[in-house]
Write a protein that binds this ligand. Structure first.
Ligand code: ADP
Ligand code: ADP
Length: 225
């Protein structure tokens, strides 16, 4: 299958610390890929390079046939607001806005009228089984509810690729399972691919395929002794 997003031979050094040392991976449309490995192995840096947030020192990232480094900053930020969606360990919801307004925000930034954006945001909160928190601020909801709001916000613009960096890292196992089930279910329905960074096997179990990162290099699990 042709990958929608692929990275080849990525290298990135922070000061004298090599974070990536020849890493590469690809994701097909609609595929859920788990990026696994110990803390400090380079998983987040790999995700940031794939998403165009961090520029690698060398190597290439290609999204839908286009090299990210050949795009302008404007084009890359358009990607991050449109074709790409993000879910982080801590929801990173805007604390001053209600949960409903948080989910509506990406659509509002894209020029959608408030009424339309909020109606769609309401549907997405229901879909993530947190319809009841719409009027509350992120500080007034539980960690699990907040992550479901964050998933709704990531998927509401129908992204092609969702980047999820330890999306369940701050949750207990029951809430973690729920967030993963809803994230993967809704991505399957909308056709979004997921790049899922995790160090937990039970979270990676939701993926179609695993990529292992060790010391800034990637390999398939069958090659790891
Ligand atoms: P992981 O996600 O697997 O924990 P990271 O990609 O976060 O790994 O980090 C890989 C290595 O790069 C680590 O040694 C980390 O300390 C270093 N690193 C990552 N980001 C930065 C940064 N912005 N500045 C300095 N060092 C960094
Ligand atoms: P550095 O840490 O070396 O300053 P940055 O990650 O801040 O590098 O990015 C430097 C520039 O590269 C920024 O203008 C940024 O928009 C751009 N950039 C970000 N991601 C990519 C990418 N994947 N490929 C090429 N350039 C990128």
């Amino acid at each position: 299958m042709t990958p929608i997003l692929s990275a080849t031979d990525l290298r990135k050094t922070f000061g004298s610390t090599p974070a990536l040392d020849g890493a590469g991976m690809s994701v097909a449309a609609g595929e859920v890929v788990a990026v696994m490995g110990p803390s400090g192995s380079g998983k987040s840096t790999l995700l940031h390079c794939l998403a165009g947030i961090v520029a690698p020192d060398s190597g290439s990232v290609v999204y839908a046939g286009r090299e990210l480094s050949a795009m302008t900053d404007k084009e890359r930020s358009a990607l991050r607001r449109g074709a790409f969606g993000f879910v982080f360990q801590f929801g990173q919801l805007v604390p001053e806005l209600s949960c409903l307004e948080n989910v509506a925000l990406p659509m509002r930034l894209g020029g959608t009228k408030r009424r339309v954006a909020e109606a769609r945001a309401r549907e997405w909160l229901d879909r993530l089984e947190v319809g009841e928190v719409g009027a509350k601020r992120p500080g007034e909801v539980s960690g699990g509810q907040g992550q479901r709001v964050a998933v709704a916000r990531a998927l509401v613009t129908a992204p092609k690729v969702v980047f999820a960096d330890e999306p369940t890292g701050a949750l207990d196992s029951l809430n973690g399972e729920q967030v993963m089930r809803l994230l993967v279910e809704t991505a399957r329905e909308t056709g979004a691919a997921i790049v899922l960074v995790t160090h937990e096997a039970r979270v990676a179990a939701y993926s179609d395929r695993e990529v292992i990162v060790r010391d800034g290099r990637t390999r398939s699990p069958e090659l790891v002794p």
